[in-house]
Design a protein around this ligand. Structure first.
Ligand code: GTP
Ligand code: MG
Length: 287
C-alpha cells in the first residue's frame, strides 16, 4: 500500500488544549476510564496515556463490542489483562451493559471514602475522568451511565467540544472530555485504521486513498465479507480498476457512457465501512 505517499496527520489546537485541561484536572480525579474501540483495540489506544494520566487507577473500557470480530478482539482483551489492565468490553447499544462498569467502579469509591474517613473527612462522590480518541463512544457511555441523554453523540469525530462534569448518580461524577489524538501519528497503518473508523476528520482525508486502503485491508482480513457484499475481492493491486468496476456495476455507480463514477465508488465503500455493512470486523491484529 502506498500509504506513506500521503501520511495522515491531524493535530488541531483543540487537542493540545484538551490535553492541557486534562492535566490540570487530574488531581481532582479518582479513576480514569480509558475508552477504546473494540474494532481497533490497538490503533485507538492513546499512545501516551500513561504519561497523561500518571499513576491514576484506570479501567480500560472497550466500546462497540457488538461491532467487532470477537475472535480477534478477545485476544487483545487477554493481552491487556496479562499486562495488568482491568478490562471491560461493552456493547453500548444495550442499556444494561454499563452496570458492569458501575460494579467495577464501586471498590474505588469505597476505598477513597475509607481513606477520607481515616483522615476525619466527610465522604464524597467518586470522580471519574473519561478519555479516548475521537468517536470511540465516550459520550454514549456517559449517557448510558446517566440513563438519559446528558451529552451530545454522533458518528463523527469532534462531537464533544468542551470538558464538562456530569453527575452519574449520587455517588459518582464524570468528566466528559473531547476525543484527543497525539501530535504525530507515527504508525500510519494505525492512523489509517483510525481514519477508516471515523476517528479522524473526514475533510482532511483523501477518499480514493481511504477507499483503496479499505479494499486492501478487508480483502486481506475479511475476504468472505467483501465477496458477499460486492461479489469481488482485491487480490493484488493490479486488479484495482477491475474490482472498482465490479463494485460500480453492482451498486449503480456508473456515469453516462457506462464510465465508472470513481468518486461515487469510493464513497460507497467508505459509507459501507461506516455503516458496518461488512459485519463484525476488527482491524488490528495481535503481533
Ligand atoms: N454499535 C455501537 N455503536 C456505538 C457504541 N458506542 C458508541 N457507539 C456509536 O459511536 C458513535 C460515536 O459515539 P460518541 O459517544 O459520540 O463518541 P465520543 O467518543 O463521545 O466522540 P467525540 O466526542 O467526537 O470524541 C455514535 O454513533 C454512537 O452511537 C457501541 O457500543 N455499539
Ligand atoms: Mg463525545
Amino acid at each position: 500500500m502506498k500509504m506513506n505517499n500521503n501520511p495522515i496527520n491531524w493535530y488541531p489546537g483543540h487537542f493540545a488544549k484538551t490535553r492541557r485541561e486534562i492535566k490540570e484536572k487530574l488531581n481532582l480525579i479518582d479513576v480514569v476510564y480509558e475508552v477504546i474501540d473494540a474494532r481497533m483495540p490497538k490503533s485507538s489506544k492513546i499512545v501516551d496515556i500513561d504519561d497523561l494520566t500518571k499513576e491514576k487507577p484506570r479501567i480500560l473500557v472497550m466500546t462497540k463490542y457488538d461491532l467487532c470480530d470477537r475472535k480477534e478482539t478477545d485476544k487483545f482483551i487477554a493481552y491487556y489483562q496479562q499486562q495488568g489492565y482491568d478490562v471491560l468490553a461493552l456493547d453500548l447499544t444495550q442499556p444494561a451493559s454499563v452496570k458492569a462498569l458501575i460494579l467495577k467502579s464501586e471498590p474505588y469509591l469505597k476505598q477513597m471514602n475509607e481513606k477520607r474517613k481515616a483522615k476525619g473527612m466527610k465522604p464524597r462522590s467518586l470522580r471519574v475522568l473519561i478519555m479516548g480518541v475521537p468517536n470511540v463512544g465516550k459520550s454514549t457511555l456517559i449517557n448510558r451511565l446517566v440513563g438519559k441523554k446528558a451529552t451530545q453523540v454522533g458518528n463523527r469525530p469532534g462531537v464533544t467540544r468542551n470538558i464538562s462534569w456530569i453527575r452519574i448518580h449520587k455517588d459518582m461524577e464524570l468528566l466528559d472530555t473531547p476525543g484527543i489524538l497525539w501530535p504525530k501519528l507515527e504508525n500510519q497503518e494505525e492512523a489509517h485504521n483510525l481514519a477508516l473508523l471515523s476517528s479522524i476528520k473526514e475533510e482532511i482525508l483523501d477518499a480514493q486513498e481511504m477507499a483503496l486502503f479499505a479494499l486492501q485491508k478487508l480483502s486481506s482480513l475479511y475476504p468472505e465479507a467483501l465477496q458477499k457484499r460486492y461479489g469481488t475481492v482485491l487480490e493484488k493491486d493490479e486488479d484495482i480498476p477491475q474490482v472498482l468496476e465490479t463494485i460500480a456495476k453492482k451498486r449503480g455507480a456508473l456515469k453516462k457512457g457506462n464510465q465508472i463514477d470513481e468518486e461515487k465508488v469510493y464513497n460507497i465503500i467508505l459509507q459501507d465501512v461506516k455503516n458496518n455493512a461488512f459485519g463484525p470486523i476488527t482491524l488490528d491484529r495481535i503481533a
